[in-house]
Design a protein around this ligand. Sequence first.
Ligand code: UDP
Ligand code: MG
Length: 311
Amino acid sequence: MKKTVSLIIPSYNEEKNIRPFFDLCKNTLTDNFSYEYIFINDGSKDNTLFEIKNLVENFPEEKIIGINFSRNFGKESAILAGLHQASGDYISLIDADLQQHPRYVSQMLDLLEANENLDMVAAYQKERKEGKVLSFFKKTFYSLINKISETEFKDNASDFRTFRSQVKDSILDLDEYNRFSKGLFSWVGYNTEFIEYIVDERINGKSSWSFTSLTKYALEGFVGYSILPLRIASFLGAITSFIAGIYMIYVIINKLLGNVYVSGYTTIVSLILLFAGLILLSLGIIGEYIAKIYLEVKDRPHYIIKDIIKK
Ligand code: UDP
Ligand code: MG
């Protein structure tokens, strides 16, 4: 019997890509495996769902499953739903937008087949095709998070990857609400090989990442994988209290010696501003963590499935 590969395909507003994506897979993926296509319609506002239904109708001989979310829950939730559904010996995460060519999936599968000790193959972009500013911020993100977090993050690794079902089980054991899949995959460990890949241009539709959403995502990574920011807050607090204490002694001694002048307005204003700034900064950092804890304790589901489409 052939081994099965579950392809998890998060799809948000990809009506023009679903069919071409499927055709490309059919033409590219080798016969060495049987494939299970899991499309997750993540609350698309266009006809993505219709296109998925069409595939299910028109290709009854293929195993195609459509998971239809009740609204947009984000790519991380879509991946999670796909993982819950996946039954294959191997699992591949791949975008629906044709930017990640399925030939790399075959390459990943070959590597996994050839080496029993290998558990996961992930693709990374050697050169980013995006603007200088964005790529600068991304670089900074990776170097910072690798310095402050104990989990290792591979520079430019994408969530375009293929792994054994055992890795899937481990990922599913991590039931946190705030999901940052790059972090989850590093955290579970396993032997991972990184292969280089070239991202194709997006032909249809547009990327749903804006600078703001990327910043939020990066912040998620920091707060989710490190408590160093909290320590920085305490450290800043300790240092400033120490300096303030010394200054207080100095002021008191001056007072006792009768050297107090009414002037000193500048000093006072500067100190107030400095400390107010530090207090707000620390509160902000603590707030980030409390917000995360709040979301975790509510223990809401990661997604809601409206219906599942299959033959
Ligand atoms: N996606 C999703 N839910 C979202 C946003 C994106 O399922 O809320 C899917 C999208 O359809 C695509 C993949 O995630 O298949 C990658 O999204 P995108 O192309 O916007 O990201 P980029 O390639 O720019 O990183
Ligand atoms: Mg894309």
